[in-house]
Every structure is written in C-alpha cells, then in structure tokens.
Design a protein around this ligand. Structure first.
Ligand code: GCO
Length: 449
C-alpha cells in the first residue's frame, strides 16, 4: 500500500512551459540561443511554450482539479539572476512567489528543482561547467533561491538529469549548447556539476535546516530476463556498469560520488576516465557526498539482461513491445526493478521524479482527448511501483511527466507528454482522459490500481 502521505504529483520544467522568454528582465539561457539558431525540431523555441508565466493561476486551478498533493517544477536561473552570477532580478523572485503562494493556497506542496537545463548563457560564455568556478556560481544561485523561498518551500532538488544536460549537450551535441567535447572536458564538467550539487546541499543546511533536499538523475532500468538469481545479479551489475560506447548515460558515475562518496572505481570506464579528474578530487568528494534526504530518479523505460558466460547479456525486447511517440519502449517493470536496485545500493527514500509517455494525442470530434494508451501506460507502471512499495522499498512519491504538453527539447512541440492537452495557437487547455483517470487513482490513494 502507498503511504498515506504519498506524494502524488506531476512534474514540469521552466523552459519547457513558461514562455515569456524576454519578459521582466529574464536573461538568455543556452536553450534560448540554441533554439534561436534553429537547432530544435521545426525551428521551434520556448519563447511562448505554454505561456505558463501568464497563465499559472489557471494551471494551478487545473492541478487542484486533478487532485495532486505535490507539484515538481523548476526555476529559470536567468529569471532570478539574468547573467547567472550577478544582480538578482526582483521580478523573477516575484513571479515565483506568486506561483508558490498559489500552490500553497490550493493545498499543493511545491518541490523546486533548482536546475533543469536552462543554463545562463553569460556563464556558458565563461566556460560554463568546464570552469572550476561553476560550482560557486551555482551555490550563489542556490543560496538566493533558499533565502527567497525556503520559508514556504520545504523540498528542493538540485539538478535534473546530468546524464542529459552534460551528455546530450556537451558530448553528443544534440541538446543545447550543441557541443562535442572531449572525454577529458566531460569528466571535468561532471565533477564540477556534482560539486555544485554538494555546495547547494551545504548552503541549504546553513540557510534552512528544516528543509529537505534531493538529486534527480535519470536512467534506463535494468530488468532481469527471468526471476533466477543469476539473471537478477546480471541485471543489477549491468544497471550500475558504464558502457564506454555511450558512457555519459549511466547511473554509477553520476550517483556513486553523491550517495557513496566515491567514483565507481571498479568499472572499466573509471580506469579509462578517472585520470581526467582534477587534482585533489578526493577532497571535493566530501562536499559532493554531503548526505541528502531523498533520492529522486526519472525512469521512463528499461532493458532486459540475463547471465551470460562473459557477464551480463542484453536480451532484446519482445517483438510485440509497444513504442511511444518518442519510440521509447513501454517497460512497466522499470518501476519495480529501478527503485529496488537503487534502494538497495543507496538506502535513501525514493521519489519517482519523472515517468510518462509521449502519445499521438489529438482533440477528437467530441472535443475530448481519448488517450487510452497513456492510461494503460501509467496503470501498468504504477502497478509495478506498488509491487516495490509492498515489498518494503521506501518510495515517497510519483511525479507524472508531464502536467501538460510542452516544449520537448530538440523535438520541439512534435511530441506530447501531458495529462493536459495544449493548443499552442490558442493556449486552450484540455484535460485528457488520462487526467481524469489519474485523478481517480489519486483519490483512491492508489487502491484503484
Ligand atoms: C527529461 C527531462 C524532461 C523531458 C522528459 C521527456 O527527463 O529528459 O527531465 O524535461 O521533457 O523526460 O523526455
């Protein structure tokens, strides 16, 4: 059974929903520049997005109708500090004060993600995460946020998916700022990113010791092909291993330093990459691994593994495997095995900070959006999460990605993840069938699953 105070929520991110990109003193982020240069699908940009900046009250009213008790959203760093590390913009603070107050007045607990990819462009020009000072820039921003909002906001998350904003932004170059850096640079950036996280944790303990803080990396879960113990071990080993063909996409490089205070030294990847860590990195690990209160994990899908003669063997998905509109496989067991392996390794309460799917959602003749596939997706995934809960894995919350359709990074507006359909021309909001279905699940405390 899900606990009584289980956090039933949804998630969003600033650049993906806010719009008002040049309003009230907001400074440019790397995503503004990347999109202005035509790098996202169809030349799309986040300039207007869901116009949430102007319509947040309507959106909070919809959240209330949905019945969520928790809402995870991110702040735009450059709305608060337009050049990243200089003057604070009071208009930015005011906007988030209005949003936070609206949430609280409607009985919804805010979880603030400090950074969900919209990195200040002015800081990127100074080397961004490659610059050793980057962790201090982030700490200054984090302190500003804690000083401004921690009287009302009790839950903070430092960083969302470093695997993506570093891997896809600086290694593969498909996300902003669209660079292809060397492994040496990526290792240095990863270290600075985690040091930034640690400095933010430290700042929160000093400024608002009664608040809680976590971290939100992503993963592809590893599922044992059978329930035999050797396949379970194979899946676990593969889940925490690092594949050099795409090394920025992994769990242990990004979580072991924070959760265990050390890099995954046993992996071949560390043997190749560890030499690029800055001198004295061991000292930094003390800050990086300052204890956090909960561990967030974004989980969308997974892959299967069995025990082979030479270690874990990848087992292809069934030929019947359904795919979402992003071509991601639908693997509900990800929400059982993912949290289980993470809890066993890191021992912290887990929040599923993102899970969801892109559908081919359209308004039907009757004016509604009949997204049966999304209902089925969430239903299957939540049943697996419930199994983990029933077996004693400490799971504190589930945030569906996303509250509403929004700007999906390099895919622009071409894919829709929301429980609420957005007409990007009129900005009309239409709750989809899944919205009402999730509302009923929440109302039942998960018993309806
Ligand atoms: C991520 C980001 C979200 C995405 C979502 C769907 O997890 O990649 O946090 O911003 O929009 O995951 O791809």
């Amino acid at each position: 059974m899900f606990k009584k105070d289980f956090m039933w929520g949804t998630a969003t991110a600033s650049y993906q929903i806010e719009g008002a990109a040049r309003e009230d003193g907001r400074g440019p982020s790397v995503w503004d520049v990347f999109c202005a240069e035509g790098n996202a699908y169809g030349g799309h940009t986040g300039d207007v997005a869901c116009d949430h900046y102007h319509r947040f009250a309507e959106d909070v009213a919809l959240m209330k109708e949905l019945g969520i008790n928790t809402y995870r959203f991110s702040l735009s760093w450059t709305r608060i500090i337009p050049d990243g590390d200089g003057k604070i913009n009071p208009k930015g603070i005011e906007f988030y004060n209005r949003l936070i107050n609206e949430l609280i007045n409607n009985g919804i607990t805010p979880i603030i993600t400090l950074f969900h990819w919209d990195y200040p462009y002015e800081l990127e020009k100074k080397g961004g995460w490659r610059n050793r000072q980057s962790s201090d820039w982030f700490a200054y921003y984090a302190e500003t946020v804690f000083r401004s909002f921690s009287d009302r906001v009790k839950y903070f998350v430092t960083l969302n998916e470093p695997q993506c904003f570093i891997g896809q932004g600086y290694a593969q170059g498909i996300h902003a700022p669209g660079l292809k850096c060397s492994d040496r640079d990526i290792v240095i950036m990863s270290h600075n990113v985690m040091l930034a996280h640690g400095k933010a944790v430290k700042a929160l303990r000093e400024i608002a010791p009664n608040c809680k803080i976590g971290y939100a990396p992503t993963c592809s879960a590893a599922i044992p092909a059978t329930d035999e113990p050797e396949d379970i071990e194979a899946a676990r080993a593969s889940f925490f291993d690092i594949d050099m063909n795409n090394w920025t996409w992994n769990v242990s490089w990004w979580s072991d330093p924070i959760m265990l205070g050390r890099y995954p030294e046993e992996t071949d990847a560390f043997k190749k990459l560890g030499k690029y860590l800055p001198e004295g990195y061991e000292e930094d690990l003390k800050t990086i691994s300052l204890p956090i209160d909960f561990y967030c994990q974004n989980i969308y899908n997974g892959a299967r593994f069995s025990a082979g003669e030479k270690g874990p063997r990848w087992v292809p998905n069934s030929i019947n495997m359904p795919l979402t509109n992003c071509n991601w496989p639908v693997v509900p067991e990800s929400l059982y095995w993912g949290p289980k392996f993470l809890y066993e390794r890191y021992g912290k309460p887990i929040i599923i900070s993102e899970n969801g799917m892109a559908g081919y959602d359209a308004i039907s003749l009757d004016g509604a959006v009949h997204d049966m596939d999304r209902i089925d997706f969430i239903h299957k995934y939540l049943r697996c999460l419930k199994k983990a809960v029933d077996e004693g894995i400490e799971i504190d919350g589930y945030m569906y990605w996303s509250l509403m359709d929004n700007f999906e990074w390099s895919k622009g507006y071409s894919v829709r993840f929301g429980l609420i359909h957005i007409d990007y021309i009129t900005q009309k909001r239409t709750p989809k069938d899944s919205f009402y279905w999730y509302r009923d699940v929440i109302k039942s405390g998960g018993e309806a699953l």
